[in-house]
Design a protein around this ligand. Sequence first.
Ligand code: TXA
Ligand code: MG
Length: 352
Amino acid sequence: MNTKIVRIDDENDTDYVDSVLKEAGDIIKNGGLVAFPTETVYGLGGDGLNPKSSAKIYAAKGRPSDNPLIVHIPDMSYLEKITKDVPQVAYEIAQKFWPGPLTMIFNKSDMVPYETTGGLDTVAVRMPSHKLARAFIKEAGGYIAAPSANLSGKPSPTTAKYVAQDMDGRIDMIIDADGVEIGLESTILDMTSEVPTILRPGFITQEMLSKVAGDIDMDVTILSDSSGQAPKAPGMKYRHYAPKGELVLIEGEPEKVVKYINEKTKEHMARGQRTGIIGSSEFEGMYQADSIKIAGTLADTQAYARALYTFLREFDDENIEYMYAHSFESTGVGVAIMNRLLKAAGHRVEKI
Ligand code: TXA
Ligand code: MG
């Protein structure tokens, strides 16, 4: 299959943008697949109400089909057709955080095929804040099922270049545009449990949700692999976001962590092994490794989140075999970063 890559930026006039969105929307309506930017990561979109489209998405990603897809909608008027029993508090949460990087899980209506929900009676729904994404979803009929646009097991793509690296030849079209600002996937909130429960942490934090909705639980598996339980979001059980080399997180006083990491990389380099570090700008110039990646200070969680998946992909491109990163405090957006880092590291953490 020939994948058409279309760049849209501020230079383009509305007629051009409209014509691209119409073409992309028609592809979806005809059962095809289009990758598109959202404020979190790129999505791999198909018609969420068409079982054949969902099957195609799984095939393009190489993803197990028991892993349900998120259905993306352009505005609130599209919610009730695909859901049942939406609790009042969900409307209050939506009022505050939609459109935005939050996915909510509800009981599904008969409209939604089991192929889209991985056989579940619930459906995950998200209304992205990315304007172009919403315009595209509307043009495509209003219900776009979209996982992140990476091959299964790779970090979610935050640029069209990485979408193309994984999806070229596998899908009909890639819309390349700016505005992928957050860099980590949306927070997933299960609204079908008695107390709304975070199944995947993201930019919208437990603290933020609690302010609107009171008690909010967090799936115990988010930061621990020793709870002996399976994650409630089926996709969270897979070893995701994994770079090819071995990543270890180092927990401790930041100065000591820098020193310890340098000792480790020195040992590897003496053995001729290629090393990488994700560091903090306070210590810029002090790290020793073949590849050093710095997004900002560790306190600048937004910059770190935005860059993390790019760093992991670059390490692969540079054939880095051993990687080290500071471990993160598990508060605010740090929970989401630590959750992704732990997965990328296969839960290898050293406390010093
Ligand atoms: O930011 C995002 O959410 C991005 C962009 C493209 O919107 N999408 C994304 O989709 O991250 P994906 O497929 O890579 O991750 C969806 C996660 C999976 O872990 C899946 O198991 C979970 O959502 N999920 C989907 N529907 C569910 C349901 N009904 N119950 C529990 N978990 C569900
Ligand atoms: Mg994904």
